[in-house]
Design a protein around this ligand. Structure first.
Ligand code: CP
Ligand code: NVA
Length: 313
């Protein structure tokens, strides 16, 4: 396999949200992700490279897919729980960033406030990759886009609906959709709409790329004609105190067979996982023939391997 020239919009850069990278970086990452997916044995493109992965919140997919991707590329991942670091005892983000930069070639972090990752990246001398904040989940969105592209051949003009909480996964889907010219419609209840600044940026970027971004409140209107129907948990990490209220508000937004029936006949269901059976998605959809969620989870590994190759090239 020929090592690709790192995209200039990615080489040596941090990825906190995909808003800060040119639109054509997405295609570059997805092309490489697809190529790696076809290869049983990966080239040692990260040989001699070490990546620290800090998890301040639980994770199954992100942690294992990053660790597997780095190992398969011949690099060395170090997974750290925020609790076990001095960070958990009050060492500053600034000092942590400066010290880790002396040891490793990149820092992957899952944390709460988006401002924390911005601070980490300001003080780090190596690329910082967002493994989820409360505002963004860019690595998830790369896998989402890879999954939709492998199902439908092209993202340009593809109608995709997001139904439920206007959260981090919703924002990152809108951003990747805007970069790639999808027609993204979000169906979210009042009070849980995606961030208006991100929505405005996405609408302008989508228009420049031949796509569109729309926010409506009716889930049926959102999925009409969609070929991808995406949902995520109603209670994100950090929102646990609002659980009862959220379950009440989001019940009409459940992705079940009836809602899938309002989408395009070839529509697939997407979910970043973990899923809550019978809440935001029914078992019959998640485990049924229209579910793309398992490929979507697998693609996390390919998309992140491709991203790190471009960043560390
Ligand atoms: N989708 C996702 O980020 O899963 P984890 O929380 O298990 O990493
Ligand atoms: N919106 C969810 C995504 C989990 C992968 C959360 O932030 O908890």
């Amino acid at each position: 396999m020929v090592r690709p020239e790192p995209h200039p919009g990615l080489r040596g850069r941090s990825v906190l949200t995909l808003m800060h990278h040119p639109s054509d970086t997405i295609g570059a990452v997805l092309d490489l992700a697809d190529a790696l997916k076809r290869e049983p044995v990966w080239p040692a493109w990260l040989a001699g490279r070490t990546v620290a992965m800090i998890f301040e919140k639980p994770s199954t997919r992100t942690r294992v897919s990053f660790e597997a991707a780095i190992a398969r590329l011949g690099g060395h991942p170090i997974a750290l729980s925020g609790r076990d670091m001095q960070l958990g005892r009050g060492e500053t983000i600034e000092d942590t960033a400066k010290v880790l930069s002396r040891f490793v070639d990149a820092i992957v972090i899952r944390t709460g406030a988006h401002a924390s990752i911005e601070e980490l990246s300001r003080h780090a001398d190596v690329p910082v990759v967002n493994a989820l904040t409360h505002a963004h989940h860019p690595c998830q969105a790369l896998a989402d886009a890879q999954t939709l592209r492998e199902r439908f051949g092209s993202l340009e003009g593809l109608p995709v609906a997001y139904v439920g909480d206007g959260n981090n996964c919703c924002a990152s889907l809108m951003i990747v959709g805007a970069h790639t010219g999808m027609h993204v419609t979000c169906g979210c209840p009042e009070g849980y709409l995606p961030d208006p600044d991100i929505t405005a940026w996405c609408a302008a970027t989508a228009e420049a790329n031949g796509g569109s971004v729309r926010v409506v409140q009716d889930p049926v209107e959102a999925v009409a004609g969609a070929r991808g129907v995406y949902t995520d948990v109603w209670v994100s990490m950090g929102d646990e105190e609002q659980e009862a209220e959220r379950i009440g508000v989001f019940s009409p937004y459940r992705v079940d067979d009836a809602l899938m029936g309002k989408a395009a006949p070839d529509a697939v269901a997407l979910h970043p996982l973990p899923a809550h059976d019978g809440l935001e998605i029914t078992r019959s959809v998640l485990h049924g023939p229209r579910s793309a969620a398992w490929d979507e989870a697998e693609n996390r590994m390919h998309a992140q391997a491709a991203l790190l190759t471009h960043l560390l090239g």
